[in-house]
Design a protein. Structure first.
Lengths: 432, 347
């Protein structure tokens, strides 16, 4: 089988790039893979397993793309990494790998800043979410409503699936939604190859100050503000150090808050570091803080990375995180963030080994459910049905076009015999 | 019987498919049958139009017309052969080749489109599902039958038929030229012949027929000039059937090196004219009739090899004449006739 795989690639600063790198060895054993990217550079290591080809959405090499049996489009919420991919996916149906369930920010960007299409955006919101969606879309367009409000209520997921042959999802929530919409769907937990073994239970040598870690692409929904408030409000704050790795969407604001809260000695901002350095930081941390609110509906690659280090973690009880087993994470309620964070930090001080056990259980879950080979098998099995999926989509297209034609000159409604013959004809041409 | 021949046409174009359909109609009428040709205009671009026309053909009702039953439908070309009828025979000239052997090949077009894969799969699926409805499946040649088996796992019997006005071809004394009668088109490879011609001495080639692709024709003329072949490559343009037969009759040999031709009337016309054929190892249909060094020469598809073959026959008129006669005898031994074809179709 030959696959086209559209994805951000390392060193792009997105975990979806790392996800592709993680599954590529297993994927390349099952299929002949071509990685397609609009990036100017990529990790050369990827070329051990696949051909890497650059593309521009307005000049696609269709003969080369058509050599594959099916194309996979990795879609996420960040337009910086996924805009070109989405543009290709709307031209040639393929299998969408849905990394984020909520794509409001993505499509808001497309409509407002890329296309400047206010009416288009409002009409889509109205079409999917009714009058309330239309009203809120208009308010947001006029800067009278926040994006956070829209993200919570209007995910706009269907816009990424309109041309999909099928969808791969990583969360139960996304699975339920996609199934309800009638798309062919495959569910597989996000893959991560468990690596280093860590026995945190025996690491009693970790003593205060205990190291907290936050990492990744740190937008406001990562709740760093609440974590800093929680720390600042605790007399025990001297017993913790917070390391922040990755890209802060508003570093100036974060630094100002740190200064205002008197946390300069307790918090270090490291920025983006090489992967080995981040792994070392995770390896020596005591507690990860992996909050999300609002959630984009994503399955967190960060969470898997945390579990790989058997690191205990605080997560928000929302979205896909809410369905994680209680014994593998420590939950924070979105409406009681600061209080719950403080409760957990105090509990950690009383029983660090107990929290270490949480991390170990997370690690076991990672090993059992997130092996890349298992994920790849699910993806390949789904891809094998691509031809059937393509014919099914064609049947839908034909029905629409025939209905259009009939609607334009047949009134009242055509007789059922006509529909029967049309349906038979379409089915005969497209059934497998 | 009342028989409908279901085929397609490119409007304002008359080629081998039209000759085939009309020859079949006339042959069936000669045996007393009432015959009509249903020629559906076929537009294959943009690709989604292909599926529309497949569906349209499928929806035709040919069971009867004006109260009169249609006894037999003979389907010749895609997608007309999808028409539904309880008594249908297929005589496949060729499938929709851009979805098969021309997929992702330079001469194909479907793979240049974003929906190319989807249309390709639909064409293949429809062929596999619907062809077996026929009571019998014949193919224009062993080459077409081979493709049908290879891509669709469908068995078919090769069934040859004579070219138009077969009885009127004749042989005359050879003049100093090779004859290449064919549409000026990349798949016929006139450019390859010119490149080979430039490597020969004294050989002259006369090309007949108009251009399918005007850009290709312009390129050929430029090549003639660039290679200094102005006095050895003659382009005749469109000629009448009578003129064509005369050019065949007086040729020293016939050049016909297309890429993977389905059948190839030119080969049969050459044999009827008792002229040897120079063709190539990848030319498809012609190879079912040209026996290397017996009725013609089969060369590798390179200018060097073709030039060597051209030089060989040019330099040995006696051998060329002998091969031509052998070709005629071989043709006669094959019993390629309309009565034979009709008998097999109606059996």
């Amino acid at each position: 089988m030959k696959l086209n795989w559209f994805s951000p690639l390392p060193p792009a600063r997105t975990d979806i790039g790392h996800y592709t790198a993680r599954i590529l060895p297993a994927l390349s054993r099952e299929a002949d893979v071509t990685l397609w990217t609009d990036q100017a550079e990529w990790d050369a290591e990827l070329e051990r397993y696949a051909t890497v080809r650059q593309y521009q959405p307005d000049r696609l090499p269709w003969p080369e793309l058509n050599r594959a049996d099916v194309s996979f489009y990795n879609i996420g919420n960040n337009a910086e990494f996924h805009l070109a991919i989405w543009q290709v996916s709307s031209l040639q149906p393929g299998i969408v790998v849905l990394h984020d369930f909520c794509l409001q920010e993505f499509f808001a960007y497309v409509y407002r800043w890329l296309k400047g299409d206010r009416d288009g955006y409002i009409n889509q919101m109205g079409s999917l979410y009714g009058e309330m969606g239309r009203i809120d879309a208009d308010l947001w367009w006029n800067d009278q409503l926040s994006m956070a409000h829209l993200i919570e209520r209007y995910p706009l997921t269907p816009l990424a699936l309109a041309d999909a042959l099928g969808v791969v999802v990583h969360t139960e929530h996304a699975l339920t939604f996609v199934k309800r919409k009638g798309y062919p769907v495959a569910f597989a937990p996000l893959p991560f190859a468990a690596t280093t073994q860590v026995d945190r239970g025996s690491q009693a040598q970790h003593e205060p100050p205990y190291r907290l870690i936050v990492f990744g692409y740190i937008h406001r929904n990562r709740r760093l503000e609440s974590l800093l408030d929680a720390l600042a409000g605790m007399p025990e704050k001297r017993l913790f150090r917070l390391d922040i790795y990755g890209q802060l969407s508003d570093e100036e604001r974060v630094r100002a808050q740190i200064a205002a809260l008197g946390l300069a000695d307790a918090v270090s901002i490291h920025g983006f570091v090489p992967e080995p350095e981040l792994d070392a930081a995770l390896g020596s941390a005591d507690l990860a803080v992996n909050l999300r609110f609002p959630s984009m509906g994503e399955a967190s690659g960060s969470q898997l990375r945390i579990w790989n280090h058997a690191l205990p973690s605080l997560v928000t009880r929302v979205g896909a995180y809410a369905s994680l087993p209680e014994e593998t994470v420590a939950f924070v309620r979105p409406e009681h963030e600061v209080a719950d964070i403080q409760t957990h930090l105090r509990a950690f001080l009383r029983d660090p080994i107990g929290y270490a056990r949480i991390g170990e259980r997370g690690r076991r879950r990672l090993e059992q459910q997130h092996a890349p080979d298992v994920y790849v098998r699910a993806v390949i099995d789904f891809a094998a049905h691509a031809q059937c999926l393509r014919l099914g989509m064609l049947a839908d297209d034909m029905v629409e076009r025939v209905a259009d034609q009939l609607g334009s000159w047949v009134s009242p409604a055509p007789p059922s015999e006509m529909f029967r013959r049309l349906a038979e004809g379409i089915a005969l041409l497209t059934s497998t | 019987m009342r028989i409908v021949i279901a085929t397609v046409q490119s409007l304002f174009v008359r080629g081998g498919a039209e000759i085939h359909a009309h020859g079949l109609r006339d042959a069936l009428r000669a045996e007393g049958h009432a015959v009509e040709i249903m020629a559906i205009p076929f537009k294959w671009y943009p690709p989604e139009r292909i599926v529309d026309q497949m569906l349209a053909c499928r929806l035709f009702d040919l069971t009867e017309s004006d109260g009169v039953q249609v006894d037999l439908v003979i389907g010749l070309k895609f997608p007309a052969y999808f028409v539904s009828h309880p008594n249908k025979v297929l005589w496949i000239l060729h499938q929709h080749r851009p979805a098969y052997d021309l997929w992702n090949q330079p001469l194909g077009d479907l793979h240049h489109h974003p929906n190319g894969l989807q249309i390709r799969d639909t064409v293949r699926q429809a062929d596999r599902q619907l062809m077996p409805e026929a009571k019998a499946i014949f193919a224009n040649s062993m080459n077409v039958a081979r493709r049908l088996k290879c891509y669709c796992n469908i068995e078919s019997a090769p069934l040859y038929h004579p070219p138009q006005d077969a009885a009127r071809f004749y042989c005359a004394d050879a003049d100093d030229y090779f004859f290449f009668p064919s549409r000026l088109s990349p798949n016929k490879r006139q450019h390859l012949v010119l490149e080979a011609l430039a490597q020969t001495s004294g050989v002259r080639v006369c090309f007949a027929s108009s251009a399918n692709y005007s850009a290709y024709a312009r390129d050929l003329l430029t090549t003639v000039h660039d290679l200094g072949l102005d006095d050895r490559a003659l382009f005749l343009g469109d000629i009448s059937e009578e003129e064509k037969r005369a050019w065949f009759a007086h040729a020293r040999a016939v050049l016909y090196p297309p890429i993977d031709e389905d059948y190839g009337y030119v080969t049969l016309e050459s044999m009827l004219s008792a002229k040897p054929v120079i063709t190539c190892t990848d030319s498809g249909g012609p190879l079912e009739f040209v026996r290397d060094k017996e009725t013609g020469l089969v060369a590798e598809p390179s200018s060097d090899a073709l030039a060597a073959a051209m030089s060989e026959l040019w330099g040995n008129p006696a051998a060329a004449e002998a091969m031509g006669k052998a070709g005629r005898e071989y043709y006669d031994s094959l019993d390629i006739s309309w009565p034979s074809a009709v008998a097999r179709l109606l059996a």
